[in-house]
Each structure stands twice: as C-alpha cells, then as structure tokens.
Design a protein around this ligand. Structure first.
Ligand SMILES: [Fe+2]
Ligand SMILES: [Fe+2]
Length: 273
C-alpha cells in the first residue's frame, strides 16, 4: 500500500498510548484512500468502515489525550477540547445520515478529506505540541533559550537562522520579564511578528535547499514549518488579557522547546550538499 500520509518522529508526544492512537488514525485514513482508489470494495462498505473507525477514535482517543494534558498541565488543553468537540460533532452528524448507494461514493471522499485535514491541521499542528513545553524534554540547564551545541547541523544558513530564532525568543522572554500587570504587550507582540518573519524567511530558504538536493523529507519538513508558523500566529488573545505575563512566558518557552525538538529530530537529518 502506498502511504499517502506519513507519521513522522516529530509527531511523537512521548505518551505511548496517544502516539499509537495517532498512528492508528494515519493508518485508517491511508487505508481508506487506498481502498477507495482500488475500487474493489463497495463504497457503502468503505463509508461504513471509516465512519466506525473515526467514531471509535473520537470516543477513545480524545479522552486519553485530554486526561494526559490535564495531568501534565498542558496550557493548550482548552484549545484542544474545542477542536476535539468539533470533530465529535461532525462525525456524529455524519453517522446519523443513512448510507445509500447514491450518497456513499461522494460522502466517502468528503470524509477522507475531512480526516486528511485533521491529520494535517490537528495532529501535525496541535497534537505534536503536546508536552513540548515541558522542560524535561530537552536538557537546558536553566537556559531554555540558548542555542546549544547539539543544535548545530553543519549547514551554515540553517544554523544561522536557528541561532537567530533562539536569540529572538530570548529577547522576547526577557522583555516579558520587565512587564508589570498594567503594561501593554505591544512591543512583545512586535517581536513575535519579527519572529514570524524570520522563521518564514528561514523556512523558505530551507525548503528551497531541500528541493534542490531532492531531499525525501521535504514534505514532512514543510508541514512542520507550517504548524510552527500557525502556532506563533495564533497566540491566544483572550489569555493574553487574563494572566498574560504567565501565558506569554509559557508560550515563548513552548515555542523554544518545539524548535529544539524540530532541529534535533528533523533538521539533523538534512544532508549537506
Ligand atoms: Fe488532539
Ligand atoms: Fe490527538
């Protein structure tokens, strides 16, 4: 079977149960794509199968994931709950519609597209961040924003770009420290915009390089980059107004840890020219 969607190491959360459930979902979607293309099994059967699989997944997996996030006090829990609820509602609605010969083929395509989008946006964009804020994932000796020796991959422009991102994160973090309750965080937000710009520039250059050397991991890298950019651009404004200092500190640490993990697990595999 040709795997259309690949589960890569940077998606591992470190919780075995959650990771194997995510892998199961990749398999479910890949199998559905494959079966649909082969055209050997009736679409009504395939539709029934994928709906049952997704319903099962939603019932079991989200509970596990939310419990784990609660346990490790993950700041993304409320956001995750919202996204999970949207998934549950959609699948419940679909399960209530009768499966007929007339509607099966088209609905199957729609559900597969929904599942694929979920892999792309939710697992690669949100679930991959679970636990990423935990300091214990990377030995930082109390310096989470330092560009560590182990981050050097030996491709100069990538190393320089990553150094710059860590430097910006460190700047943001120390700027947050100077704030008190009444301050606005406009200057912090400005630095986040700068971070977004720098990350964008680096990622474009990195992807150009990977394309040139015909690197097989380009697609996965591209997805990881997209989720990183999405992450930064969706700072939770409501929480900024609430306990913003604490939230911002958490957020910037989160981004730094994520970047560290990305470098160690993904960037390190990019071959030198
Ligand atoms: Fe999730
Ligand atoms: Fe998940």
């Amino acid at each position: 079977m040709v795997e259309k969607y690949k589960f890569t190491d940077d998606l591992l959360t470190g919780n075995n149960e959650i990771d194997s459930e995510h892998k199961y979902l990749f398999k479910l979607i890949n199998t559905a794509v494959d079966d649909d293309e082969k055209n050997e099994i009736p679409k009504t059967v395939l539709l029934k199968k994928i709906l049952k699989g997704l319903d099962n997944y939603a019932t079991n997996h989200f509970v596990h994931e939310e419990e784990y996030m609660q346990e490790i006090d993950d700041p993304e829990l409320s956001l995750q709950k919202k996204e999970h609820m949207a998934f549950i509602n959609y699948i419940e609605e679909e399960c209530e519609i009768e499966i007929t010969e007339e509607n099966a083929a088209e609905r199957l395509k729609t559900i597969i597209a929904f599942g694929a989008k979920w892999l792309y946006y939710h697992i690669m964009g949100s679930d991959n961040m679970i636990g990423a804020f935990r300091k214990s994932d990377i030995e930082d000796n109390g310096e989470p924003f330092r560009f560590k020796n182990e981050y050097v991959i030996g491709i100069t422009f990538i190393d320089d770009g990553n150094i710059q991102l860590f430097e910006l994160l460190r700047k943001i973090d120390s700027l947050i420290d100077t704030k008190n309750e009444q301050d606005t965080f406009d200057d912090v937000m400005k630095l986040f915009t700068e971070l977004l710009g720098s990350a964008n520039t680096l990622f474009t250059a990195k992807e150009g390089y990977m394309e040139r050397i015909e690197y097989a991991g380009l697609e996965e890298q591209h997805k990881a980059h997209q989720s990183f950019l999405k992450k930064i651009s969706r700072i939770d404004i409501e929480r900024i107004n609430d306990d913003r200092k604490e939230y911002m500190k958490e957020f910037v640490l989160y981004i730094a840890n994520w970047l560290g993990i990305h470098i160690l697990k993904e960037d390190k595999q990019i071959p030198k020219e």
